[in-house]
Design a protein around this ligand. Structure first.
Ligand code: NAD
Ligand code: WQD
Length: 336
């Protein structure tokens, strides 16, 4: 297939492009590089041994997307493009709704105009809100606590409505848990700008000496060691999940599925695993809870297995080892 990958130069998108190329698809990356670098797309080609097409553009520019879809005879879209900092979304809600929600509407209009019926959307475990039970199953009630999360929920609703109006559409809503790690080649990985919001890139930067110590947000949660528990998933496993979702979209349908490992790890477990991987100690201090954080959540992955024949295979140790390899080989990320 010819696949338009919005946000394909970003963290999850770049790893997915590698898997798509490996599976024999043609890839067109559509990205405005607001949180990524063209160098990532060169490296995708280097890993896969086959080049991709790069289009610089903004998903809110319907004409530009239409042109990219037409000129490359695209059969499907994988839609990663979006802003993803939860805290920033509280400070700049209009920016988030414009980019993530209106941008998706423009993309769908362009798909409709060009007859492209298949879309895989990057949703998030954040759409489950405060857990009413764990693990989260796909039929857990949906709610959200930030403009970022509400945007994801709105886009899910828009896509469900779109499917009702266009029953021949083929839509996958992939609810990611906590993606971490990097490609095992060390050539691509997560390259956050400024101070990382997320745990793994912060730990990695402490290990390499860019930051003094990790601040652990809360040590008094009702969890085995008092620190927050999350379902970490290796980004290469997640990337494979997209190829499986695309294969499953041979028939018209609209489905939502969790992509996680199915088990939880605490912040302290991540720190210990990372210390093993890098052979250094990670200084940390336990501070107050971070506003808006949940104590614990993890995925029920039964549906991913039965529907897509997919499950995560890489351990926390591998996630840490691959993050470390990427960091050591690229201390300045893609800024070469
Ligand atoms: P990322 O920031 O690394 O990648 C997003 C890419 O989209 C970047 O290359 C950016 O330049 C591009 N982009 C943003 N707005 C754009 C626009 N208007 N037009 C064109 N390109 C645009 O983020 P990521 O971690 O790879 O996340 C990808 C998707 O997965 C996002 O939608 C995110 O919300 C979702 N998601 C991420 C996580 C996570 O923890 N990383 C978890 C759940 C869901
Ligand atoms: C993980 C754990 C923190 C940083 C976020 C979004 C979510 C999804 C994934 C997109 C928590 C603790 C973290 C630090 C810490 N994104 N932590 N010190 O918050 O689970 O999820 O990314 O959809 O919507 O909210 O991920 O990596 O920030 O935190 O102690 O410096 O690490 O408290 O327990 P989170 P995270």
């Amino acid at each position: 297939m010819n696949i338009l990958v919005t946000g394909g130069a970003g963290y999850i998108g770049s790893h997915t492009c590698v898997e798509l190329l490996k599976a024999g698809h043609q890839v067109v990356v559509f990205d405005n590089f607001c949180n990524s670098f063209p160098e990532a797309t060169r490296r995708i080609g280097q890993i896969a041994g086959t080049p991709l097409t790069l289009v610089e553009g903004d998903i809110r520019d319907r004409t530009a997307i239409e042109r990219a879809l037409r000129e490359n005879a695209c059969d499907a879209v994988i839609h990663f493009a979006g802003l993803k900092a939860v805290g920033e979304s509280v400070a700049k809600p209009l920016l988030y709704y414009d980019n993530n929600v209106i941008g998706t509407v423009r993309l769908l209009e362009a798909m409709q105009a060009t007859g492209v019926k298949t879309i895989v959307f990057s949703s998030s475990a954040t759409v489950y809100g405060v857990p009413q039970f764990l693990p989260y199953t796909e039929d857990h009630p949906l709610s959200s606590t930030s403009p970022y999360g509400r945007g994801k929920l709105m886009v899910e609703d828009i896509l469900r409505d779109y499917h009702v109006a266009q029953p021949d559409s083929r839509i996958a809503l992939l609810r990611y848990f906590n993606p971490v790690g990097a490609h095992h080649s060390g050539l691509i990985g997560e390259d956050p700008q400024g101070v990382p919001n997320n745990l793994m890139p912060f730990v990695t930067q402490v290990a390499i000496g860019k930051r003094d110590r990790l601040q652990i947000w809360g040590g008094d949660y009702d969890t085995p060691d008092g620190t927050g528990v999350r379902d970490y998933i290796h980004v290469e496993d997640l990337a494979v999940g997209h190829v499986k979702a695309l294969e499953h979209l041979r028939q018209p349908q609209c489905f939502a599925v969790n992509l996680g490992s199915g088990r939880g790890h605490s912040v302290l477990e991540v720190v210990k695993a990372f210390e093993q991987a890098c052979g250094k100690s990670i200084p940390y201090e336990i501070g107050p809870r971070r506003a808006g954080d949940l104590p614990a959540y993890y995925a029920d992955v039964t549906l991913a297995k039965s529907l897509l024949g997919w499950k995560a295979t890489r351990s926390l140790e591998t996630m840490c080892a691959d993050s470390w390899r990427w960091q050591v080989a690229n201390p300045n990320g893609f800024r070469v």
